[in-house]
Write a new protein. Structure first.
Length: 252
């Protein structure tokens, strides 16, 4: 069973984080959404406090979410997925369309994405926990590979005290090392979801281009595509107010 945080009441709204993230990344927005919905913020497989497994693909992660919904007796759900979580949400919507009333995808499309996390994984793999590094030690190591401060802080949120004096990452780094090619996989050509769908992209992000619109509309014929200006890939963190407004407008 996937780890989740549940708050609020009403129609279920599931939130799925991106690659190397966790449910805590959505804490503030989840609380806002909980004024309107029963919000389930999940840790996906091999992330956060959820199960670790050598198996890692969109089909498997979507099945995890489907089984979570069955266990919690959820139906007619709304679902938000960012980046990798968006691909999971798209996969779930196209394989279990009866489960989902409305789909929201944040800054990811259904297309194939070339591998682009190699430098981040190299930095994470360079942290040798057998040497009992401190948080500052870990950041110093990551800085050699990841110059962007915000990205480093996002990754360092995954550090926790496994035992006194021993830090570890919450995510399953070994599974990512073995399955990195899975992260960029496209939706199957015949994967279609005909319910209302909202794609929200960052104006400064290159994850959803104008040339991707036809592919999106092939898989999601009821899709609306909106842009939040002057934000990058982490659009929900860079402009949470506008992200919240667009989601609420779509769901209500």
């Amino acid at each position: 069973m996937l780890f989740s945080k549940i708050e609020g009441s009403g129609q279920p709204l599931l939130i799925l984080h991106g690659f190397l993230g966790m449910s805590d990344n959505w804490k503030s927005l989840a609380t806002q959404f909980a004024a309107h919905f029963q919000v389930h913020t999940l840790d996906l497989r091999n992330h956060g406090r959820s199960l670790h497994s050598s198996e890692f693909s969109y089909a498997i992660m979507a099945q995890d979410v489907f089984e979570y919904c069955q266990a919690h007796e959820l139906s007619s759900i709304f679902i938000i997925g960012h980046s990798m979580g968006g691909k999971v949400a798209m996969t779930l919507a196209t394989t279990q369309p009866q489960l989902i009333s409305k789909l929201i995808v944040a800054d990811i499309g259904p297309k194939l994405y070339p591998q682009h996390h190699q430098l981040i994984l190299a930095g994470l793999n360079a942290v040798d926990f057998s040497k009992k590094p401190t948080r500052n030690d870990a950041e110093t190591i990551l800085e050699k590979f990841i110059p962007d401060f915000g990205t480093r802080q996002f990754l360092l949120k995954n550090l926790y005290w496994k035992e006194p004096g021993q830090l570890a990452f919450r995510f399953n780094l070994e599974a990512f090392n073995q399955n990195l090619d899975q992260i960029g996989q496209p939706l199957p050509e015949n994967a279609i979801f005909t319910q209302p769908t909202l794609f929200i992209r960052g104006g400064d992000s290159n994850y959803i281009l104008d040339t991707d619109f036809s592919t999106i509309e092939h898989h999601f014929p009821m899709a609306t595509i909106e842009t939040i200006p002057k934000v990058g890939h982490w659009l929900h963190a860079e402009n949470p107010a506008m992200f919240y407004d667009k989601v609420i407008s779509f769901l209500e």
